[in-house]
Design a protein around this ligand. Structure first.
Ligand SMILES: OC[C@H]1O[C@H](O[C@H]2O[C@H](CO)[C@@H](O)[C@H](O)[C@H]2O)[C@H](O)[C@@H](O)[C@@H]1O
Length: 552
């Protein structure tokens, strides 16, 4: 809600005749979480035009100086600030003023930018509420209205309301949203489900893909492609109309496969790799090879620790962010050194399983529209991918799905990402059974399913457990009749979230699930965040299925 406070402050300044340009129409303002009794907005008329320039592009040396001098504790703060004046004027003023001997960068930033708000900072939880009631109360708090987009900020306008993860993540996130939507459906918020899917369709229409999140600095990459799963959720939950997204599903597919036709064996272009046997598989990628705006100093320091060209390290860091697993020993040559990151050299098992699902969904919807030849062609693409996954990503010796390092022609790590082929139904019953044995032996804990077997200090590793992995494991194992393990994971996870909720009255982004009692998750480049969209979504859904088995 701070953002609105700051907007209101801006109006006050304008009214008081301060040296601030009139940027907004006060009548457009809505408070975060405010439920609108009027029909929801359909269009984004009157909102600032989408702008692909990131804050680093816009503010050049000013951006770099602010980030490198650590004015803000969190590197994401400055990229999320909104300018009080036209951005070019801000840069010009900086160039003029910094020549002065008493120039103070922090003062300059305070004078020229509004700080971003933390969405739920005014929310106080009521400890008497049950876990489900708490989650239902939070949906409006985490809901953003399209009218809140500040001109010239890095936030990309969206046509309809959307739910954000919470804390420092005050924008929509692609793969988070699917897991959040699971809970929204359970809470009867089909309105938000439809709005969020429409926003993603709009992003595909306008940018050709779904960015990591609705920030200009996220435009150069996507995240795990789960739009097909959102579309499927529509039908499962009785929200009709999946067919209307067929065109966007196809566009998204072409984004991921761009350049595939030109590749020779062992060549890669953007997201696609042609394997030695001629088959096609995908990898994570980001079109830029500079430090991430939102983690600028962290990336510069990581690159400095490597002997490789900095641009290569930046690309791999960015591709790691695109994977949603930022960061994990999955992508590292040395699990203790982030600078050894090689994301673009891996063929990830989860990404390829999600794309298999996308191909199948296009086939299914084409069939539903009576387009049989199209349906058959997409079915064949899915089958070809399944063959390639079996050839390169199935480790028949260990009986598990794993990533594949295509540069070094060897398997990558065994992690919780290996549940995705079960989740999307591409494993054989035999593979699923072997894999369930490994999951039980290597990743099952008292608190749920561990992310990996390695404690690297990165957040997507042990001892952390993350909501999306619990959900995909539970559904995937149930798909193949491994109900006992599915139930153990679900119940252990629910106990983790509930114990933590009883103690702290909140849900968080990730948990340390290595011990007997839930502890806050840690590691990585930013502190643990509260809220939290996908934890709420997955927990709300699992409560319906397994809540009766939870400890008191
Ligand atoms: O600011 C650093 C990175 O933060 C994001 O990643 C993490 O939060 C996301 C939102 O919950 C989640 O989707 C992702 O799995 C997390 O690792 C962001 O997505 C990154 O791009 C960003 O660099």
């Amino acid at each position: 809600m701070n953002t609105n406070r700051q907007q209101l402050n801006a109006f006050e300044e304008v009214r008081a005749g301060a040296d601030v340009e009139y940027l907004y129409d006060p009548h457009e303002l809505k408070l975060d979480g405010m439920q609108d009794s009027e029909p929801e907005p359909e269009l984004i008329e009157g909102l600032p035009a989408p702008d692909a320039l990131t804050p680093a592009d816009r503010y050049l040396e000013l951006f770099e100086n602010v980030q490198m001098s650590r004015i803000f504790e969190d590197s994401k703060t400055f990229p999320d600030c909104s300018p009080k004046y036209d951005p070019l004027d801000v840069l010009m003023r900086y160039r003029r003023q910094k020549r002065s001997s008493d120039f103070d960068l922090s003062r300059f930033v305070a004078d020229h930018f509004y700080l971003p708000g933390v969405n739920e900072s005014f929310y106080v939880s009521n400890p008497d509420k049950t876990l489900n009631e708490h989650i239902d109360d939070l949906w409006p708090v985490l809901t953003k209205m399209p009218q809140q987009h500040m001109p010239h900020s890095s936030l990309l306008p969206l046509p309809k309301p959307y739910v954000v993860p919470g804390g420092r993540f005050g924008e929509t996130y692609y793969w988070d949203s699917y897991f959040t939507m699971l809970g929204l459906a359970e809470s009867g918020r089909d309105d938000l489900l439809r709005h969020m899917a429409d926003n993603f369709a709009w992003l595909i229409d306008n940018y050709g893909h779904i960015p990591n999140g609705n920030r200009t600095y996220y435009l150069s990459r996507s995240q795990p492609p789960v739009f097909a799963l959102m579309v499927e959720l529509f039908e499962e939950d009785g929200v009709r109309g999946a067919k209307r997204y067929l065109e966007q599903l196809m566009k998204e597919y072409h984004f991921w496969m761009d350049g595939a036709g030109e590749l020779m064996p062992n060549q890669a272009y953007r997201h696609v790799v042609r394997m030695p046997n001629g088959s096609l598989l995908n990898r994570y990628w980001d079109d830029r090879d500079t430090p991430r705006d939102e983690s600028w100093i962290e990336d510069v320091e990581t690159a400095r620790q490597s002997k490789r060209p900095a641009s290569e390290v930046y690309r791999d860091l960015r591709a790691g962010a695109a994977s949603g697993w930022d960061y994990s020993s999955r992508w590292l040559r040395n699990p203790k050194r982030l600078s050894s990151i090689r994301t673009t050299q891996f063929i990830p098992i989860d990404l390829n399983a999600f794309l298999y699902k996308l191909e199948l969904m296009i086939a299914t919807l084409s069939h539903a529209k009576g387009e049989e030849l199209t349906a058959l062609a997409w079915q064949k693409k899915a089958e070809a991918r399944k063959r390639a996954i079996t050839r390169y990503l199935w480790d028949s010796t260990a009986g598990v799905f794993r990533d594949y390092d295509w540069r070094r022609a060897r398997f990558g790590a065994f992690t919780a990402a290996s549940v995705v082929p079960l989740f999307v139904g591409l494993a054989t019953p035999h593979q699923a059974h072997l894999q369930s044995i490994a999951l039980r032996q290597l990743l099952l804990s008292n608190g749920g399913l561990l992310t990996s077997m390695v404690d690297s200090g990165e957040q997507w590793d042990a001892p952390n457990g993350w909501a999306p992995m619990q959900w995909m494991a539970v559904v995937g194992l149930n798909n193949y009749g491994e109900e006992t393990l599915a139930s153990e994971i679900a119940v252990n996870w629910l106990n983790t979230v509930n114990n933590f909720y009883q103690l702290h009255h909140k849900l968080v982004e990730k948990y340390d699930i290595s011990g007997d009692r839930a502890r806050p998750g840690g590691g990585g480049e930013y502190p643990l965040q509260d809220g939290f969209g996908w934890t709420n979504g997955v927990t709300r859904r699992l409560m319906v299925m397994y809540g009766h088995l939870m400890a008191d």
